[in-house]
Design a protein around this ligand. Structure first.
Ligand code: ADP
Ligand code: NI
Length: 204
């Protein structure tokens, strides 16, 4: 497992080195670090497997169009001679971490920790920076009139500010671990105060 983690570091670092929507190598590193911190408190599952899922969780993400996806995670794992059961487990975990497409009930206890860490990186100051970077790259407006409310329908406007109400503000109530929930709470509060100031300036 240690050797595979080393190989994963090299693979992921190279694959995401030019990514500019906040899904760069530093996102993978932060998710790995936050996952370790959560694991230290929760002690749930195998910490090495937590590391591996954290490193590989975005490899197959289709929305990262600027990254060359010729090699799928499965291809890479096969190339690395990883055992079939571990491949299946990793593919189930990494394909179900996503907010939009994932099925949380299929996640292992380790992947539930990584999902919390991934969500923490979507919150707070870093989460704000990542959202606007993603939005700019994908041609979204910063904000449109009428975006300052919770949307009753998921994804019905396409500005970056609307994404806060569609998704980012919902994350704190969807955390899996107690530690994740506590960390999310602080970042959520910071994001709320940012939105409050943003709205104030917008309306001045
Ligand atoms: P997931 O797969 O659960 O969406 P990721 O970690 O792959 O999680 O990436 C989600 C991040 O991508 C969000 O935190 C946000 O920063 C950014 N993002 C995704 N969709 C949008 C959007 N429509 N507008 C702004 N940011 C977005
Ligand atoms: Ni991610």
């Amino acid at each position: 497992m240690e050797q595979l983690i080393k190989e994963a570091e090299i693979f992921v670092k190279e694959r995401f080195k030019e990514e500019v929507t906040g899904h760069d190598w530093l996102h993978m590193e932060r998710v790995r670090r936050q996952s370790s911190l959560i694991w230290e408190k929760e002690k749930n599952g195998d910490p090495l497997y937590v590391d591996l899922v954290a490193l590989l969780h975005d490899v197959d993400d289709r929305k990262l169009a600027s990254v060359d996806h010729a090699l799928t995670l499965k291809d890479w794992l096969v190339k690395m001679d990883v055992q079939q059961d571990l491949i299946s487990k990793l593919l189930t975990d990494t394909s179900n971490i996503s907010f939009r497409k994932g099925n949380q009930s299929l996640l292992s206890s380790e992947a539930l920790i990584v999902q919390d860490a991934d969500r923490l990186d979507a919150l707070g100051a870093i989460g704000i920076a990542r959202a606007f970077a993603y939005g700019a790259k994908n041609g979204q407006m910063i904000c449109k009139e009428g975006d300052f409310t919770e949307q009753d329908q998921y994804g019905n406007t396409d500005s970056t500010l609307a994404h806060f109400y569609d998704k980012l503000l919902l994350l704190k109530d969807r955390m899996n671990t107690k530690t994740g929930r506590e960390l999310a709470e602080q970042r959520h509060r910071f994001m709320r105060s940012f939105l409050c100031q943003f709205e104030k300036e917008w309306k001045e």
